[in-house]
Structure formats: structure tokens, C-alpha cells
Design a protein around this ligand. Structure first.
Ligand code: ZN
Length: 62
């Protein structure tokens, strides 16, 4: 069974809303269509999510 992806920002799954694939610091991330305007116009509102992702990835490498 294929893993269901969820929006990095609001955790909405691909079963509920279309997700858009993006790249951040070399990692694939998924953002739903409702959160796309926030990412574009208010990146400061999602910065904590991206930083958490970066910290998580860094932890896995150590
Ligand atoms: Zn979302």
C-alpha cells in the first residue's frame, strides 16, 4: 500500500486536497493547494515548519 502524503504546513492529506511537490534544501516536500498562497505571500508564517523539517533531517543524518 502506498504511503499517503500530507501537506507540510497543515497536515491535510492527498486524499482530501491536491498536493504540490516542492523542493527545500534538497528534500522533497508536499504543500496542499490551500497553503500555496501562504507559502508564496507569507513565507514567514511557514518558516517554522521548514526549520523543523531541516532540524529533523539533520537529526537523521547524525
Ligand atoms: Zn496545507
Amino acid at each position: 500500500m502506498e504511503h499517503v502524503q500530507a501537506c507540510l504546513i497543515c497536515d491535510t492529506t492527498e486524499n482530501e486536497r491536491p498536493l504540490v511537490s516542492q523542493r527545500y534544501r534538497g528534500h522533497a516536500i508536499w504543500v496542499c493547494t490551500a497553503c500555496m498562497p501562504v507559502v508564496i505571500h507569507h513565507p514567514e508564517r511557514v518558516a517554522h515548519r521548514l526549520e523543523a523539517l531541516a532540524a529533523q533531517e539533520k537529526g537523521q543524518e547524525d
